[in-house]
Design a protein around this ligand. Structure first.
Ligand code: ADP
Ligand code: NA
Length: 327
């Protein structure tokens, strides 16, 4: 795909969990080898749409950079950068915001959810899907790996590309979604909910820095059911099925093959097998993350280089936009 360009962003919200890794980051690593031009952004502008602490934000950005590198993002193949350091994002966002109607944003599910939770929301929270559209369009991106929860936001980016092109002449390709094929990883304590960093229960979530002992303990305590045989049926047996999903994903085998390997094991025995597979997958990542954390100067340099390259791509596009708008 010679003309493709991939863009994706992740908020700097601390060390990623197993769901982030299997649902998003693993795919980021694959995409950097399949597409000639790939950009991954640590989207810190998005992080300040909700109450935040500056010291924490700064360290979270570094932690996310280290995490992405540890997971296999390769700065030689992907432009890895910090969104706030490329001011073109905010500038394009303003222009796109002027092409966006209020009702179009009001109906987006994340606004409804998050503003209700806080009982109010900032203008930034309300318009952050416009900033997301700017993130994507600024690089004339063609492919955007997203979770299902972000599909409606990508549709806004598609709409804004179309609206801009109609008003000011063709400039932006319509970005297409690349949906992850991996099943959602569920909470180990409540398999009806997805594994999430906002889960207050630490036993529910495996992070990529968990020790082998932590992982074994969390999986041993994972909620299953009263049937000892291992089968895959997410509807009636969400707990055991979640373990099968995790096993298949970390071992990079099919669900059928994972169930096959569980033959003759009860859920207790299977938990041991699953935790060994998770440990095997995460241990090198965790070790690499610790190594990267110990060298903040190197991390800074990687981000600086990435930011420089991102600006080189962003600046001419923004200039073209400004000209068409009449600036
Ligand atoms: P969280 O729910 O922990 O806040 P985010 O919403 O920041 O995670 O998601 C970051 C990326 O990780 C998105 O691409 C999202 O689809 C993916 N992701 C998050 N949680 C899971 C999960 N439990 N299983 C699979 N993918 C997930
Ligand atoms: Na989330």
């Amino acid at each position: 795909r010679p003309c493709s360009r991939v863009f994706s962003g992740i908020q700097p919200t601390g060390v990623p969990h197993l769901g982030n890794y299997l649902g998003a980051l693993e795919n980021w690593v694959a995409l950097q080898n399949q597409h000639p031009s790939v950009l991954y952004s640590i989207v810190d502008l998005h992080s300040i749409t909700q109450p935040q602490d500056p010291t924490r934000l700064r360290s979270n950005v570094m932690d996310m950079a280290a995490s992405l590198l540890a997971c296999g993002v390769d700065p030689e193949r992907a432009v890895l950068f910090q969104q706030s350091q490329v001011s073109e994002h905010a500038e394009l966002s303003w222009i796109l915001g002027c092409l966006t109607s209020m009702p179009r944003l009001r109906h987006l599910p994340q606004w409804k959810m998050k503003s209700k939770l806080k009982n109010e929301g900032s203008v930034g929270l309300y318009t952050y899907p416009v900033l997301q559209a700017a993130d994507i369009l600024l690089y004339k991106s063609t492919h955007v790996p997203v979770g299902e929860d972000q599909v409606q936001h990508l549709e806004l980016a598609q709409d804004l590309a179309r609206i801009f092109n109609n008003r000011y002449g063709d400039l932006f390709p319509e970005p297409r979604a690349l949906l992850s094929s991996t099943q959602k990883v569920k909470s180990l304590r409540d398999p009806s909910a997805k594994m999430s960093k906002s889960d207050p229960q630490t036993m529910a979530t495996i992070t990529i820095t968990d020790s082998a002992d932590d992982i074994a303990l969390k999986i041993r305590r994972a909620v299953t059911d009263f049937t000892s045989e291992v089968t895959f049926d997410p509807q009636t047996r969400p707990g055991v099925s979640n373990l099968v999903t995790i096993h298949a994903a970390v071992a990079q085998i099919t669900v059928e093959a994972a169930v096959q390997q569980a033959r003759g094991l009860d859920t207790g025995g299977y938990k041991k097998l699953v935790s060994d597979a998770v440990v095997q997958r995460l241990t090198p990542i965790g070790q690499e993350l610790q190594r990267l954390r110990s060298d903040p100067a190197h991390l800074q340099e990687v981000l600086l280089q990435g930011t420089r390259r991102a600006r080189e791509l962003a600046a001419p596009v923004l200039r073209e936009v400004q000209q068409r708008v009449g600036f």
